[in-house]
Design a protein around this ligand. Structure first.
Ligand code: ADP
Ligand code: 5GP
Length: 213
C-alpha cells in the first residue's frame, strides 16, 4: 500500500497543438511521472527509437496484443493502430505512481470507462487558432506536406471531442499552459479518492479526540 493512488493523466489534442512538448516539460518538472509508451503499427520517424517514443510493432503483433487483452485501450488513428500497454500502468498504480498518456479521444474515453476510470484525469489542449495549428505542424518539420495536410484534415474530428474532458486549456503561451497543467496535477493529487492514507489519518484523529474528551 502507498499513501497515494496514482493518477492516469491523459493529454489529448489535435496533432500539433503541443502534447509532446508539454508532456516533456511535465516530466522535467516531476521525473516521478511515468510516461505510457504506446504500441503502434506506424513506421518510426527519423530520430524515433523503438521503446522510447513508441513500441513499433507489426499489425499481426498488434492484433495479438488486442486479442490477449494486453492493451488498456486501442484505436485506429491516421490509418495506423495505436494502443496503451496495460501491464506498466497496473504496476505504476500499485506504487502510487502517476502515468501520463499522449493519446486521442477514443483512448481517453476507453480509459475513462475502464476499471481505472476513477483515477483518470483528462486534459484537452486547444490551439489558439487553426492557422497557428498549421504553422506549428509546418515548423515542427517532422512530416512532409501530404502528412501535414492529412493531420490538418483530421484536426476537426479531434477538436470536436473537446467537451468530453475534465480540463480544457488553450495552448497559446507555452509557459502559461505548463503552469496550468502543473496546477491541475497538484490539485488532482489532492482529490479525496487519490489520498489513500486519509482513512488512517482520520482514525488516528478520532482516537486522539476521544482520548482527550
Ligand atoms: P503534438 O504532440 O500535439 O503533435 P508538439 O508538441 O509536437 O504537438 O508541438 C508542435 C509544434 O508546436 C512543436 O514544434 C512545438 O515546439 C510547438 N509548440 C507547442 N506549443 C507551443 C506554443 N504554446 N507556442 C508556440 N509553439 C508551440
Ligand atoms: P503520432 O503518429 O503523431 O505519434 O500520433 C498520432 C495520434 O495518435 C496522436 O493524436 C496521439 O495522441 C495518438 N496516439 C498515440 N498513441 C496512442 C495510443 O496508445 N492510443 C490512442 N488511442 N491514441 C494514441
Amino acid at each position: 500500500m502507498t499513501d497515494r493512488q496514482g493518477l492516469l493523466i491523459i493529454l489529448s489534442s489535435p496533432s500539433g497543438a503541443g502534447k509532446s512538448t508539454l508532456a516533456r516539460a511535465l516530466r522535467t518538472w516531476d521525473p516521478t511521472i511515468s510516461f505510457s509508451i504506446s504500441a503502434t503499427t506506424r513506421a518510426a520517424r527519423p530520430g524515433e527509437e523503438n521503446g522510447r517514443e513508441y513500441h513499433f510493432v507489426s499489425e499481426p503483433e498488434f492484433k495479438r496484443m488486442v486479442a490477449e487483452r494486453e492493451l488498456l485501450e486501442h484505436a485506429h488513428v491516421f490509418g495506423n493502430f495505436y494502443g496503451s500497454p496495460k501491464a506498466p500502468v497496473l504496476a505504476a498504480m500499485q506504487t502510487g505512481t502517476d502515468v501520463l498518456f499522449d493519446i486521442d479521444w477514443q483512448g481517453a474515453q476507453q480509459i475513462r470507462n475502464s476499471t481505472q476510470g476513477l483515477n483518470t484525469l483528462t486534459i484537452f489542449l486547444l490551439p489558439p487558432s487553426i492557422s497557428e495549428l498549421r504553422n506549428r505542424l509546418l515548423t515542427r518539420a517532422q512530416d512532409d506536406a501530404g502528412t501535414v495536410a492529412r493531420r490538418m484534415e483530421k484536426s476537426w474530428d479531434e477538436i470536436s471531442h473537446w467537451d468530453g474532458y475534465d480540463f480544457v486549456l488553450i495552448n497559446d503561451d507555452l509557459e502559461k499552459t505548463e503552469a496550468q497543467l502543473r496546477s491541475i496535477i497538484i490539485a488532482s493529487r489532492l482529490r479525496r479518492s487519490q489520498q489513500t492514507h486519509l482513512n488512517d489519518h482520520v482514525r488516528k484523529l478520532q482516537a486522539e479526540f476521544e482520548e482527550l474528551s
